[in-house]
Design a binder for this molecule. Structure first.
Ligand SMILES: NC(=O)c1ccc[n+]([C@@H]2O[C@H](COP(=O)([O-])OP(=O)(O)OC[C@H]3O[C@@H](n4cnc5c(N)ncnc54)[C@H](OP(=O)(O)O)[C@@H]3O)[C@@H](O)[C@H]2O)c1
Length: 320
């Protein structure tokens, strides 16, 4: 199992791949209409969620990503139940709602700990930037939580390069590193390479946690113009619309061609392309044990530099 020494320059030791638990849990009432559920639909039932976690842990994928916002806490609650008594690193996120502000931080942290059935959170991330969430104030809330021994490492998500620099500088005043920035990154969404985020990660020693690393399923090879995914993702993601889905087919064909050399699937090759960059840690979502097992298989082979380059060339249109 490949390990990175630490997440960014923090003391948190993590595997090169995590598992996304955004679709897990049993949301009730209005929580069934939250963005994660609407976009993807639920995971394949409680047993499959358990299997996804157990298979991930057995293959060394011990980092699980969730957020208070996923199904109004149902995802955190499920991760907490499944991870109880197990050696699992949990990454979760503040805030609970788009109307939250830094004054809500202490209670939100307490609520997350209760749902996760933990005394500490391994990685606590700020989910996104908003005017309601001033970076300096938030970084001091996070630093207080680290000093109180409740949070081990500090991360952000959906931050631009400039926002990362500000967060990094504020944490440095308290002697703490910014461990990670979780942003969308895949062969079909290569913005971090050109918007300065990947450069800032390199310069500041921050790990880029790649969300939607399978392009919401488009890189798995199972979707086409005649087989589109369930949920709103088919409307919001350009690669599921008619023009987009046809443009993706040559990429999937290349993933298949490279995969046959190693007995690997398109998903595994697509994840491996990310893992080959030592700054990047993908967190593919898994709805069942089979998907978790397949995704973990990205850790047991390597791509040649020619193959990495071929995939990069084939996806230049998505490097915008
Ligand atoms: N910070 C943020 O703002 C943010 C935003 C989005 C996500 N995230 C995090 O990133 C994680 C992953 O992102 P994501 O779920 O958006 O996208 P993703 O990982 O690119 O795609 C996940 C979806 O692809 C399908 N899939 C996964 N593995 C597969 C396999 N081996 N074979 C076939 N199908 C497979 C599943 O859906 P189907 O089977 O239905 O196709 C699964 O729900 C989330 O769980 C969440 O923790 C964070």
């Amino acid at each position: 199992m490949e390990k990175i020494i630490s997440l960014g320059r923090s003391d948190l030791h993590v595997p090169r791949l995590g598992v996304g638990a955004m679709t897990w849990g049993q949301p009730k009432g209005l929580a069934r209409w939250t963005p994660a559920q609407l976009a993807y639909g639920p995971a394949d039932g409680a047993e499959e969620e358990q299997s996804a976690l157990e298979i991930s842990l057995a293959t060394g994928v011990i980092l699980v990503d969730t957020a208070e916002m996923y199904s109004n806490g149902a995802s955190e609650r499920r991760v907490g139940e499944l991870a109880r008594g197990k050696d699992v690193l949990i990454a979760t996120k503040f805030p609970p709602s788009p109307f939250s502000n830094p004054a809500d931080f202490p209670k939100a942290l307490e609520d997350s700990l209760r749902r996760l059935q933990r005394r500490t959170i391994d990685l606590y991330q700020i989910h996104y930037r908003s005017r309601r969430l001033p970076i300096p104030e938030l970084m001091h809330c996070l630093a207080d939580a680290v000093e109180a021994g409740i949070v081990q490492a500090v991360g952000v998500s959906n931050y631009s390069a400039a926002e990362m620099r500000l967060a990094h500088a504020e944490l440095a005043k308290r002697g703490l590193p910014l461990a990670s920035n979780q942003v969308q990154y895949s062969l079909l969404h290569r913005a971090p390479e050109v918007d300065g985020v990947l450069d800032a990660c390199r310069e500041l020693g921050v790990t880029l946690i790649a969300y939607s690393p399978l392009a919401m399923g488009a890189l798995t090879g199972k979707y086409s113009s005649t087989a589109r995914p369930g949920g709103l993702r088919k409307y919001i993601a350009p690669y599921f619309q008619t023009k987009g889905i046809n443009a993706v087919q040559p990429v999937v064909n290349l993933l298949k061609e490279i995969g046959t050399r190693y007995d690997k699937t398109p998903s595994q090759v697509a994840l491996r392309w990310l893992v080959e960059n030592e700054l990047v840690l993908p967190i593919p979502g898994a709805k069942n044990g089979r998907q978790a097992a397949e995704n973990a298989g990205a850790l047991s082979f390597s791509l040649s530099s020619e193959e990495i380059e071929a995939l990069s060339q084939a996806t230049l249109a998505w490097r915008v």
